[in-house]
Design a protein around this ligand. Structure first.
Ligand SMILES: [Zn+2]
Ligand SMILES: [Zn+2]
Length: 98
């Protein structure tokens, strides 16, 4: 009879292996002092980035392209926005000043 060493054969599951390995205690850092590039408001970790610049950080008010003078491809951004947010294009109202 040949012994099958099935007892020592452990199957390592990636889920189990990484279950308790990550501890964030050592990585606790003070909240980064990130400010909005436009209004200088503290955003902390809740900042927004835009495709126009990887260095600029924006608050929730200035994350949209038209609020931070975005230099990214505006047409592409607006096209995505229209699709995502609202397919209805509003007619802008112009007040004529004589
Ligand atoms: Zn801002
Ligand atoms: Zn932008």
């Amino acid at each position: 009879m040949s012994k099958v060493a099935s007892k020592n054969h452990t199957i390592k599951s990636p889920n189990i292996a990484s279950d308790t390995s990550i501890k964030s205690e050592e990585y606790q850092k003070p909240e980064p002092k990130i400010r909005c590039t436009i209004c200088n408001k503290k955003t902390g970790i809740n900042y927004f980035e835009c495709n126009c610049s990887t260095e600029k950080k924006f608050c929730s008010n200035h994350r949209l392209s038209h609020t931070h003078f975005c230099t990214y491809d505006k047409k592409a951004v607006q096209r995505e926005k229209l699709i995502v947010e609202n397919p209805i294009v509003k007619n802008s109202q112009f007040e004529r000043l004589d």
